[in-house]
Design a protein around this ligand. Sequence first.
Ligand SMILES: C[S@@+](CC[C@H](N)C(=O)[O-])C[C@H]1O[C@@H](n2cnc3c(N)ncnc32)[C@H](O)[C@@H]1O
Length: 331
Amino acid sequence: MLYVEILGSLPEMAVDEVRAMLELGGGEIAGRDYLFLKVNADEKAFPFLERLGLAHEYGKLLVEASSIEELLDKAKEIEWPIKGTFKVDTETMANCGHEVTDLPGKLGAVIHAKGFKVKLSKPDTLVRVYCGEKIYAGIRLRFFDPKDFEGRKAHHRPFFRPISLHPRISRALVNLTKAREEILDPMMGAGGILMEAGLLGLKVYGVDIKPEMVEGAEMNLRHYGIRDYVLKLGDATRLEELFDKRFEAIATDPPYGTSATLAGRRREELYREVLESIHTVLEPGGRLAIAFPTSFDGEAEGEKAGFRLVGKYYQRVHKSLERYFYVFEKV
Ligand SMILES: C[S@@+](CC[C@H](N)C(=O)[O-])C[C@H]1O[C@@H](n2cnc3c(N)ncnc32)[C@H](O)[C@@H]1O
């Protein structure tokens, strides 16, 4: 059994991102306790869990208990797969229903009694305890360092535009499409979504109606070492004229009309035409992840264009921008 700790900012989207990766890597979510997911999967899922954007960490789940006494009893029974030194670190989630202040010391003593050495700074193995409705203990396998994502935020890129999504969200949109080989962003802007996809090893295709965006996105992709890309100047409402192929997956963040990015079109009309054009170039069964402001009924319009809704997640960006991220499947 594994565990994944998701981020608290877009929790439902984070759960579905994990689910999408398990559908690719094999496995399923076996339970949820606030931001803690129990995951039934083995190491075949690791390369897909490595892709996650909205997760804090994942690891091996070793003990689950309803009380601290039960946790300590079970901890005595099991073999701890600890390499080198260790430290116990507790995550007290907002729904924690147990008194865990002394737990690191008590659990540390149990594990120490089995012959392992404690080291509080830079231990080789981190034993993680999560307190929610229940209590869990496991071993951290991978921590998703926020610094990695922060380093790719818009203002760190050679071509800077403030319209970009946070890299973690871009990553999640890519993953929610379940892309294995390739992805298209038909309104790529500075290329934030394509950067995340390219770093996952996917072949990336991008379109933008503005020449400076096509140049800028290329600059950004090259800066982050991405070489397998095809970028075109063109109109996202006429994709079938730009490509003579179909795509496995599409993810995009259309302009919200808060700046001059609509290129002279009426916003709702642009959204409808983009949905229709995307539908023609997406493979049957392929997925689209897309953002729309809440004022646009993306669910109804997506269904009209021939998509089935798979997920919908709300985000308030600031007081004049609230949006939904949608995931659709082409039926
Ligand atoms: C919100 S930005 C995309 C931001 C991007 N997701 C990122 O993270 O950098 C939307 C982009 O859509 C482009 N755009 C607007 N109308 C378009 C159209 N009809 N076809 C293609 N691109 C279009 C704009 O030039 C703009 O660069």
